[in-house]
Design a protein. Structure first.
Length: 233
């Protein structure tokens, strides 16, 4: 593990919302038993958060039907009655969060607390063979992240996002601010959070055995050297 991409760190930033139909049969978490739940992939951060919360309320894997699908399809599947519970990411939250048709049953933060949702990982031999280029890359990466999350660059950042994604700028209002996931300005991942997620995956039976990530499976020297170039310390 070498760098952060996105995380859930506190109540200031977005956390995944687990949503049901407001007029549907699910009124409390216990009602999910016997229902169909959407998962982007078994073992993902979304999936582990959902299963952890269900376990807290006495619902085991065998008590639900899991339907794997991508996040973009989940709202239509909920509306169409194909699933009863979905996870909503910031890019798909418009028209759902705050809409009386839907109800947030719980959040990822409610389920598991902080989450290191996405991170950069590389093989040690790749780092050894390409260290100068990788430090250059992460220097550019950190500068770019800091620029995009700086409020004074917001309009220009959204213009770039709209041009790249071909989406209306109005649909990208969540990006790079508090309605988005957290982006570390130093590209530093939350190591304790990752370890807790691995341990949780073992408890849930998703992973066959635990893995201790520190120190063998972590190398933050790339982002640390890149940050030093930028900040001088």
């Amino acid at each position: 593990m070498v760098a952060d991409v996105v995380a859930v760190v506190n109540h200031t930033y977005f956390t995944e919302n687990f949503v049901v139909l407001a007029d549907g049969p699910i009124k409390k978490i216990e009602d999910v038993k016997g229902k169909r739940v959407a998962s982007n992939a078994i073992g993902s951060a979304h999936d582990l958060a959902m299963r952890t919360m269900l376990r807290k309320h006495g619902i085991n894997d065998k008590d639900v039907t899991t339907v794997e699908t991508n996040f973009g399809n989940m709202p239509a599947m909920l509306d169409g009655g194909k699933v009863d519970l979905i996870g909503v990411l910031p890019q798909f939250s418009k028209g759902i969060i705050g809409n009386a048709k839907y109800r947030v049953l719980f959040t990822g933060r409610d389920a598991v607390g902080p989450i290191q949702a996405v991170m950069w990982v590389m093989r040690a031999e790749v780092i050894a063979a390409n260290r100068p280029a990788l430090v250059d890359f992460f220097e550019d990466h950190i500068r770019a992240v800091r620029w995009f999350i700086d409020e004074k660059n917001r309009e220009a950042a959204l213009d770039i996002a709209a041009a790249i994604t071909k989406l209306p700028k109005a649909d990208l209002g969540f990006a790079f601010g508090n309605e988005d996931f957290y982006h570390s300005p130093d590209a530093r991942p939350e190591l304790d959070t990752v370890q807790r997620e691995i341990d949780r995956a073992v408890e849930l039976g998703v992973l066959p055995k635990p893995v201790q990530i520190v120190p063998k499976h972590v190398d933050l020297s790339l982002v640390e050297e890149a940050k030093k170039r930028i900040d001088g310390k």
